[in-house]
Ligand binder design. Structure first.
Ligand SMILES: Nc1ncnc2c1ncn2[C@@H]1O[C@H](COP(=O)(O)OP(=O)(O)OP(=O)(O)O)[C@@H](O)[C@H]1O
Ligand SMILES: [Mg+2]
Length: 318
């Protein structure tokens, strides 16, 4: 049997989280047992260690795989591109302002708001907001696809998240956890629930511990399923809504641009009800395309109404 010293050393290294010393002691133990003729026990100990080592190696090599789940780009979006209600725009401005003056805040022991949760229905500008922040701050824009990480790395998602947060620490940028709700959603398999809880908890801890300079944005369109505990970890939460009439008018004018000509946008307003910024944008682009293909330089009211109707029927079929 192992000596008292070996047992104490094993316990100590485990408690001190010293895995290297733990492995060394275990190997010494295996050698000691082999010497005493306990070859099966020695072999079993070595097998356990080797198995763990190959698992660790796999984790390290996963680092390369991150490129499948983190997409990096340079954002060209500016604040003037996005149409938000004044209150929301003010909140985005505050994030920018605090970032610009972060050194000033730091002198008073304060940090700029940089852990942000964006919540609201699809197509209302959450992803676009993250891109606008990156564009305005001239920071690289990284998008992390949580749903892909969770699906591909079931059971190892926390390890993946650790690598993502290492990246956040090492490269300053705007990091968007998009489809963030994927980790909270019911994917139709009851055995996923435990894993999803674990992932959410891990995510919370990583967010909380993060001391980087990066701006971390999480976007969700399903607030109900998210844990209330999550909210405390964010410096700010921005709630998105479908566009008001005023915002809809500005959006259409903005999107149709030179194709607007003498179209009275007011007359379209009834046809836009219930549609998101993204759907209205799509209807504008569809109309412009049709106009171009018919060699026209303007979009007619009928064309717009037709395309807005099409968007609505797509929406209703979902
Ligand atoms: N508030 C907005 N102002 C201007 N354009 C917008 C706005 N919201 C959405 N759009 C247009 O719709 C497109 C898609 O929007 P975006 O991806 O930001 O929506 P989202 O809120 O992230 O939706 P989802 O919840 O489905 O991810 C944008 O690229 C932009 O063209
Ligand atoms: Mg989005």
């Amino acid at each position: 049997m192992a000596t008292a010293e070996q047992i104490k050393s094993l316990i100590k290294s485990h408690l001190q989280d010293d895995s290297e010393r733990f492995v060394t002691t275990a190997l010494q133990l295996a050698a000691y047992e082999a010497h005493k003729g306990h070859t099966t026990l020695a072999r079993d100990i070595r097998y356990l260690i080797d198995k763990q080592k190959s698992k660790q190696l796999k984790l390290v090599s996963f680092h390369k795989d991150l490129s499948d789940f983190i997409h990096s780009s340079k954002s060209q979006h500016r604040l003037s591109d996005i149409i938000l209600k004044p209150e929301l725009k003010g909140r985005v401005n505050k994030i920018l302002k605090e970032y610009y003056q972060r050194q000033k805040l730091l002198r008073y022991g304060l940090s700029n708001r940089r852990k942000i949760l964006l919540a609201g229905p699809p197509g209302t500008g959450k992803t676009m907001t993250a891109s606008v922040i990156a564009g305005e701050l001239k920071l690289p824009f990284f998008t992390i696809q949580m749903d892909k990480i969770v699906t591909k790395f079931m059971g190892e998602t926390s390890a993946k998240l650790r690598q993502v947060f290492d990246t956040i620490q090492n490269s300053e940028g705007v990091f968007l956890f998009d489809e963030f709700d994927a980790i909270g959603s019911d994917r139709g398999r009851s055995d996923d629930v435990g894993e999803i809880r674990r992932v959410l908890n891990a995510f919370l801890q990583f967010i909380e511990k993060d001391q980087s300079k990066s701006i971390i944005v999480s976007a969700t369109n399903n607030m109900k399923i998210l844990d209330k505990a999550l909210f405390r970890r964010f410096d700010d939460i921005l709630y998105y809504e479908l566009p008001s009439k005023k915002e809809t008018l500005r959006l259409i004018e903005n999107r149709l641009a030179s194709f607007l000509v003498n179209l009275d946008v007011q007359t379209l307003i009834d046809s836009t009800e219930g549609l998101s910024h993204a759907e209205i944008t799509q209807a504008c682009y569809d109309s412009i395309k049709e106009a171009i293909l018919e060699d026209k330089t303007m979009v007619s009211k009928e064309l717009m109404i037709n395309n807005l109707k099409n968007r609505k029927s797509v929406y209703n079929h979902k």
